[in-house]
Design a protein. Structure first.
Lengths: 251, 326
């Protein structure tokens, strides 16, 4: 399942992040974050709390403006584009805490994004039924969405993102707070996205999920990338172990 | 679907019956009250668009209502233009002013935007009050002709009733269509979660300006009709409390469905007529009523009614009698 890092680097890069920087006052949230995402590949982004993972997603999706750096999608620089434009260009995302339209029905929640994205130009290869089945959701389009549990809401957000047939999917801790069954469903949905040749950027604390699923992993610490490679390399990387466990006393 | 079609016919028949019966049974005075109520309803619908759907609290609506009225008054009285031109100019002029204001005001978010619209209604009112050469200052503008197309004039109260009713129905249908369109869904997405809406591809800045402009155009047409109906306008009508009243009517009826503005406007406009003997206490009752309502039924009468109906159904009170026994 895992490609070697070299092989992964050769598959077509769909998104290039070039030295993304962001400061909040004196705090450096992103310090020259650079990596590339390739179609059909799952890229893990991990790091201790506060290491800038969510900030990186916000910079890529345009929710936060960056201080410097460039985001390049399909060879086009989209750094200056607003978040809604990036969404229409094919960057879909989910949120750490689900952001659903609470007073709207299922239909509005699901199709607003796909109406506005380029859904009509290149039709989605998977149907809503397939996605809902994979997510284990049974909903009518006219239903209110307030009846869903937390886990279901998170799965629903992934379905909503995939329905837009995105080139890049950004998932912000999709498995946090989910039970085993729901985590399997997250995995199934991610695999559907990969089959559809989307590039997936997965921010996640569950090491099992990241190590099983990701082709390449980037590790952040204090906003700065400290390691990149295939899961096996990351697990044995000194800098990564130090970032997670602290500096060992010399024996 | 069948239920929806049935609802459509029920509403259509209700409107037709109202169109025939109300002029027959009402005195001229009562007909005037009904006409003003319908004009107010258009303004409450405008609040429904900008607040109910797009979630942007706006107190500028009474100001836009005034802009519509003054454009009509100035064009027909001072420039002697035809009423048909005046009504279109009112709608477009109000929309244009709202669009330009929206460009600036939607740099602000949430409550800050709401506060800025209080400024808008106050500035507009100051303009009506003090720009004497154009708005007539405190004297207002009188002698506004009745609406007419060519030689066909809407002079009587009953003529005006039919004119306003047609426009009320048209504006309601437009609102219904907007609510179900992609544009309406974008409005509601912004209301529910602006960041999520942006990440779903909604240009929230532009969409909010569209909502604000559309709502202002509603007020423009309401203002124009008001000027034709009363033939005299002055600045004291188009004030901040009037905007607050629209908001209260919307909240009272409920801001989730189109039925809310209808119920809210009818109650607050017609009840005072029936409870005239309570005169001095009516504002006190309003205030208390709104407070109780917000606690007991935060979704307004329509939302609260729906909830009550559903809970009754769940408990089985509304069940069909079963055939188990006998």
């Amino acid at each position: 399942m895992n490609l070697s890092a070299k092989e992964a680097g050769q598959s077509s890069p769909v998104m290039i992040l070039d030295k993304l920087c962001k400061r909040f006052g004196g705090v450096v949230a992103a310090d020259e974050i650079s990596f590339t995402l390739a179609s059909g590949q799952i890229h893990g982004l991990i790091g201790p709390n506060g290491s800038g993972k969510s900030t990186a997603l916000n910079l890529i999706s345009g929710v936060t403006d960056m201080d410097s750096g460039n985001v390049i999608l399909d060879g086009e620089t989209i750094t200056k584009e607003a978040s809604y434009m990036r969404a229409r260009l094919g960057i879909a995302r989910t949120f750490q805490h689900p952001r659903l339209l609470k007073r709207c029905d299922v239909r509005t929640n699901l199709f607003l994004g796909s109406d506005l994205a380029n859904m009509k130009k290149h039709s989605s290869p998977f149907t809503l039924e397939q996605l809902m089945e994979a997510a284990g959701l049974r909903l009518d389009l006219g239903d209110s969405i307030t009846t869903m549990s937390y886990g279901q809401q998170k799965l629903f957000e992934i379905v909503r993102a995939l329905l837009t047939n995105p080139k890049v999917v950004l998932l912000d801790e999709p498995a946090a707070g989910l039970n085993t069954k729901e985590m399997e469903r997250v995995e199934a949905l991610i695999n559907i996205a990969v089959k559809n040749n989307a590039a997936v950027l997965l921010v996640e604390h569950s090491m099992d999920l990241v190590m099983n699923l990701c082709h390449v992993i980037t590790v952040l610490n204090f906003g700065r990338p400290i390691a990149e490679g295939i899961p096996e390399e990351i697990l044995s990387n000194e800098a990564v172990i130090e970032a997670y466990l602290g500096r060992g006393r010399s024996a | 679907m069948i239920l929806k079609r049935r609802l459509f016919w029920m509403v259509a028949i209700l409107i037709a019956v109202a169109a025939i019966v109300i002029p027959l049974v009402s005195s001229n005075y009562m007909l005037r009250v009904v006409n003003i109520t319908m004009i107010t309803y258009i303004c409450v619908l405008s609040m429904f668009i900008v607040f109910g759907m797009a979630g942007q609290i706006s107190f500028a609506q009474a100001g836009f209502w005034g802009v519509g009225a003054y454009i009509t008054a100035i064009l027909t009285v001072k420039l002697q233009l035809s009423p048909v031109i005046a009504i279109f100019a009112s709608v477009l002029g109000t929309g244009l002013i709202a669009a330009i204001l929206g460009l600036a005001l939607f740099r602000l978010h949430g409550h800050y935007f709401g506060f800025s619209t209080i400024g808008v209604v106050m500035i507009l009112n100051g303009l009506f009050q003090n720009w004497k050469p154009v708005t007539g200052g405190a004297d207002g503008i009188g002698g506004i002709p009745a609406f007419g197309i060519g030689s066909w004039e809407f002079t009587s109260e009953m003529n005006n009733f039919h004119l306003i009713l047609v426009i009320v129905v048209a504006v309601s249908i437009i609102t219904y269509i907007v609510q179900r369109s992609a544009l309406g869904r974008s409005f509601m997405a912004i209301r529910d979660n602006e960041i999520a809406a942006k990440c779903m591809g909604v240009n929230s800045y532009k969409t909010k300006i569209i909502a604000f402009t559309l709502a202002a155009m509603y007020c423009g047409i309401a203002g124009s009709l008001f000027a034709f109906l009363t033939s005299y306008i002055s600045a004291t009508t188009f004030t901040f409390p009037q905007s607050a009243l629209y908001l209260v009517m919307l909240m009272l009826g409920g801001y989730n469905t189109l039925a809310g503005p209808v119920v809210g406007t009818l109650l607050l406009m017609l009840l005072p007529e029936w409870f005239r003997f309570l005169q001095e206490y009516i504002l006190l009752i309003y205030g208390l009523g709104v407070m109780v309502l917000m606690v007991v039924m935060p979704d307004g009468l329509i939302g609260g009614g729906k909830k009550a109906y559903e809970s009754i159904r769940k408990r089985g009170w509304a069940k069909q009698p079963s055939n188990d026994i006998g």
